[in-house]
Design a binder for this molecule. Structure first.
Ligand code: NAP
Length: 301
């Protein structure tokens, strides 16, 4: 049994287009409608053909939907909610893929009073954006965290979970506040660190830009992949998950000070112990199938 028959995707970039392609591949009888604010994206999606219908307004895209998934930057969720409010069928479920959950839930609840809202976050992505960047297997073996609000309709939550399992994801249910804290440390802080390191290297005067690029294989290169992620998306993530990110940043700065002291005082044991523990974390990630051990994060050049 398919969990939904008519799915609407608003925001047809990396994540939205990957969902559409995965639905086409795994649930080909589902009718897919898409909308994106950008006329160029809509035009490109018509050429690519991974949805049955592309509408010029958000409202027109939801009129007969039984699932609507918002795949726009986190800061745009409330505005899109308001755009579809008048046309949303009473029995439709509204979900999203935003990287932070408390602020999105609040924005959608305000824009869509009385609607069934079941937020979710597929923990899968790349540093690329736009409808050409998506692919059907993006969610295979990746976690999708479903964060229903208190008192959410149990059947609606189950249908959203079945939908994500059909797309290949492993599903976990989580409280939105806990989600935001977990993702602050596993995703948001690493992006902030990558943005900082790449920014610092490009501002240095003693080391030339060409040297930074030439010798990047020493570690810098892996940070540049993360720091190439979409600026709009990440600006919104930091502004919307402010409290959890600031809390994790505080802990990170304290740990960095401890390392600074260990280096200053020549405490090799402290450095060795930490690096041994962190190596074990990498091993666990590989053992649990969340990455492979091939060099350069398993990416082909
Ligand atoms: P993306 O490739 O930039 O796609 C977002 C699309 O939404 C763009 O085509 C954008 O058009 C469109 N858009 C922006 N505002 C809109 C509006 N008001 N109405 C309709 N369309 C609008 O971004 P993405 O990587 O797919 O990210 C989408 C969402 O997924 C974000 O909430 C992000 O937090 C979440 N997410 C991302 C990742 C990741 O790794 N990238 C992973 C998990 C979850 P314009 O380009 O013209 O603005």
């Amino acid at each position: 049994m398919l969990p939904f028959a008519r799915v609407t995707i608003i925001g047809l970039g990396l994540i939205g287009s990957s969902i559409a392609r995965a639905v086409q591949a795994t649930m080909p009888t589902v009718r897919l409608t898409g909308h994106d604010a950008s006329p160029e994206v809509r035009e490109r999606v018509r050429e690519l053909g991974f949805v049955d219908d592309v509408t010029d307004t958000a409202g027109a895209s939801v009129v007969d939907a039984d699932l609507v998934i918002l795949c726009v930057p986190v800061g745009a969720m409330g505005a899109v909610g308001a755009e579809i409010a008048a046309d949303l069928p009473a029995d439709a479920i509204v979900s999203d893929v935003g990287s932070s959950k408390i602020s999105v839930l609040a924005a959608l609840a305000e824009a869509l009073p009385g609607a069934t809202i079941i937020p979710a976050h597929p923990v899968a992505g790349t540093e690329n954006s736009g409808p050409d960047a998506g692919f059907a297997t993006l969610f295979n073996g990746r976690w999708c965290i479903v964060t229903p609000p208190e008192g959410a309709d149990a059947t609606a939550v189950e249908r959203v979970e079945i939908f994500w399992k059909r797309l290949g994801a492993d599903v976990e249910r989580m409280d939105p506040k806990h989600h935001d804290l977990v993702l602050a440390v596993t995703s948001h802080l690493p992006h902030l660190i990558a943005y900082t390191i790449v920014g610092t290297a490009s501002d240095m005067e003693e080391v030339t830009q060409s040297e930074v690029i030439k010798y990047s294989a020493g570690g810098f290169r892996d940070f540049t992949r993360i720091a190439a992620s979409d600026p709009t998306m990440w600006r919104d993530v930091f502004l919307s998950n402010k409290d959890a990110v600031l809390e994790m940043l505080q802990r990170f700065s304290e740990d960095l000070t401890v390392l600074q002291r260990a280096i200053r005082w020549g405490d090799g044991d402290a450095l060795f112990d930490l690096f041994t523990r962190t190596r074990a974390v990498r091993r666990s990630i590989i053992e649990q199938g969340q990455d492979d051990a091939a060099p350069d994060f398993g990416r082909s050049h």
